[in-house]
Design a protein around this ligand. Structure first.
Ligand code: F6R
Length: 247
C-alpha cells in the first residue's frame, strides 16, 4: 500500500508514532523491539520526532535492539561521514538505548574477514528473533540499503560496489565524488524481506521518477526496490511531491 501525506514532516511524525507504538507494545509484553534503521536525509525527521518523544513523553529505548542497513567501506566509525556518526548524532546520543544493542556494519574490517562478518550479522538478527520493522529510504538508482541495480532478491548482507549515481549523490557530504568510497557493506534484499513490517519513505520531487518505477514499474533487478512489490508487509510512505508521478 501507498500512503501519501501533505508534507514530509507529517509523514515523519506518523512513522515515528508507529515505531513508538511498536516499542511500547513490546515493552508491555516484556519483549524487545528489533528495528532495522536507515541513514541519509530521508529518516532524519523520524529520528527527530523519536528524540522528542523520548524527552517529552518518556518514550524509552531500553528494550530496543537496532540493526542499521549499511555502512561505507572502508570507513572509520569516528569519521564525519560514517553512518556510525550519523546515527549517534541523529538518534543514539539523544535516547536511552543501550549501545550494546546497536549494530552497524563495520567499515574497518580487513577484506578477508568481511564474508564471515556478514554471515554473523545475519545470524545476530536471527538470534534476537528477526526484524520487527525495517525503515527504508530509496536511492535514485532504485537501491534499498545499498542494494544497487543487479542485486538479487534473495541477497544477504555483503560487500557491494556503489553505483556511480549513488556516489555522485553522496559527493557533497564527502567534498567531491572522488572522496566517496567505492564500496559498502549492506544488508541484502533477502535480509530486508524477512522483516515483519517494511516502511519505505521518500520525499520531494527528486524521488518522484524512481518512486513511480518502484511502485508501478515492472519488477526487475535493474530497479531493486521493485522487489518490494512481492511483499505483503511493505508500505510506501510518501509526501505529495514524491507521489506526484503515480497514476
Ligand atoms: C541509507 C540507505 C540508502 C538511502 C538512500 C536515500 O542507510 O540505505 O538506501 O536510504 O540512498 O538516501 P537519502 O535519504 O539521503 O535520499
Amino acid at each position: 500500500p501507498v500512503s501519501v501525506f501533505p508534507d514530509q514532516h507529517t509523514a515523519s511524525v506518523s512513522v515515528a508514532k508507529r515505531i513508538a507504538d511498536l516499542i511500547r507494545s513490546k515493552q508491555d509484553k516484556g519483549e524487545q523491539a528489533v528495528l532495522g534503521l536507515a541513514t541519509g536525509a530521508t529518516p532524519v525527521g523520524v529520528y527527530e520526532e523519536l528524540v522528542r518523544m523520548h524527552r517529552e513523553e518518556g518514550l524509552s529505548f531500553r528494550n530496543v535492539i537496532t540493526f542499521n542497513l549499511d555502512e561505507y567501506y572502508p570507513m572509520q566509525p569516528d569519521a564525519a561521514q560514517s553512518y556510525v556518526t550519523f546515527m549517534n548524532e541523529n538518534l543514539f546520543n539523544h535516547i536511552d538505548i543501550d549501545k550494546d544493542n546497536v549494530h552497524i556494519p563495520d567499515g574497518t574490517l580487513p577484506k578477508e574477514e568481511i564474508h564471515e562478518y556478514c554471515l554473523n550479522y545475519e545470524r545476530q538478527i536471527e538470534e534476537v528473533g528477526g526484524l520487527d520493522l525495517q525503515v527504508l529510504g530509496i536511492g535514485r538508482t532504485g537501491h534499498i540499503g545499498f542494494n544497487e541495480p543487479g542485486s538479487a532478491p534473495n541477497s544477504g548482507t555483503r560487500l557491494v560496489t556503489l553505483d556511480d549515481l549513488t556516489r555522485r549523490d553522496a559527493a557533497r557530504d564527502f567534498g567531491g565524488k572522488e572522496n566517496v568510497p567505492t564500496k559498502a557493506i549492506t544488508m541484502g534484499i533477502g535480509t530486508i524481506f524477512k522483516a515483519r513490517e517494511i516502511i519505505l519513505m521518500a520525499w520531494s520531487q527528486k524521488k518522484a521518477p524512481i518512486i513511480k518505477k518502484a511502485v508501478e514499474g515492472e519488477m526487475s533487478s535493474e530497479v531493486p526496490a521493485t522487489y518490494l512489490q512481492l511483499s505483503n508487509n511493505v508500505e510506501f510512505v510518501l509526501d505529495e511531491d514524491a507521489a506526484s508521478e503515480l497514476t
